[in-house]
Write a protein of this length. Structure first.
Length: 78
């Protein structure tokens, strides 16, 4: 039974990467990479879009929760 708080930051970072945390809350400044073609075709509202971090672009793009590919550079690894 060691300290239970040590994994907390990693868990929150993971939640952010997976789009579970609003990127505007998590980051003060970032690039907006746009919305995926699929999300636009589905006509998703802002509430239905998930923010995804792209480390290659150092920015946020928006799409369905299941989407993983940055619409700007095609990076699929966050
Ligand atoms: Zn990218």
């Amino acid at each position: 039974m060691s300290s239970a708080g040590s994994d907390d930051k990693a868990t929150r970072a993971q939640a952010f990467v997976q789009g579970l945390v609003s990127p505007t809350q998590a980051l003060g400044g970032h690039r907006e990479l746009g919305t995926t073609a699929l999300a636009r075709r589905l006509g998703l509202t802002d509430e239905q879009l998930g923010g995804h971090w792209c480390s290659r672009c150092s920015g946020i793009w928006y799409g369905c929760m299941l989407e993983v590919e940055c619409p700007s550079c095609g990076n699929r690894h966050g």
